[in-house]
Design a protein around this ligand. Sequence first.
Ligand SMILES: *Cc1c(COP(=O)(O)O)cnc(C)c1O
Length: 349
Amino acid sequence: MSLTLYVDGDRFRTHLRTTLARHPDLVPVAKGNGYGLGNSRLAQIAAWLGVDTLAVGTYAELAQVADHFPGSMLVLTPWRPFDNEVPGGIAPRVVHTVGRIEDLTALLAWEPDARIVLERETSMLRHGLSAAGLREAAEIIAGHGDVRLEGVALHLPMAGSSHLTEVTRLMNDVVASGLDTHTVWVSHLTDTELATLAGSWPDYTIRPRVGTGLWLGDRGALKVRATVLDVHPVERGDVFGYRGRHAPRPGTILVVSGGTAHGIGLESPTGGSSLKERAATVARGGLDAAGFVRSPYSIGGKQRLFAEPPHMQASMLFLPHGAPVPEVGDEVDVRVRYTATAFDRIDIS
Ligand SMILES: *Cc1c(COP(=O)(O)O)cnc(C)c1O
């Protein structure tokens, strides 16, 4: 009855180990839906990998990992006076990201021996201190003997040909700030960029924070399958679905597991709905002449059409006459966005 993520355990674990062997200072990221695997499970895997630090996205996510991972937990979202709740007993293991001077002073007033990473703003313009802000932070920290500065963070955009020019400039800011740290936490650098950085700044420890490339880096280790829940042969004109549509031609209505609650959505076939756009979409196979939209489900090696928009936990597909028809209980392949899918079951071999 379920939408299942099948993980080839050997292959998955091999990828994790080789990634970590290439980057021994890597910090796995567990956030959101846990990249489809769930944050608690990722925390267990991180413990098994033996890393010293696990990053989570938000303070709320600490509770999902704290019981499963024994090491330090870096919160990627910067500390704010209104969003910083740490579950009881784990404060010594939490590393806060700080991106504003007022937050630094507020945090230190509240937790003088806090473990902190200062974020330097990058071209992302998401969070972080300016170069002058880093210098100011250095002065504040120098006046607070108990605070534990664990590094500076750089969160780089994903796009762009190379981050190196920007990173070099930011690294110069870090050095010039006078901050007493030799650790830089980075995001979204390629292996080549990391190697160049390590070569240029040999006295710094570069700690890449990696989610997608770690957990989802070997897609061949992952398969998603839905279950066929019902099969209804239809003739042209037969009525089906919530909207009482008529089958445009003979075929089969297939009810499969997976719906909006799982994150199964319409494959967005077109940005607009003008006749011309629609014709272009029809030509690409995204929308058929009867108005059916392409689904992420594959049967017989072909991506099939939704008979109507996905329901909450199931979806209706239309198989044209002549297509192979699976049986109730069979599984079919589905293409999903792992970071936006809630699986009913995860099966790790
Ligand atoms: C989510 C996140 C990452 C990990 O991103 P991936 O693209 O999944 O590797 C790294 N750094 C920060 C600050 C993040 O928010």
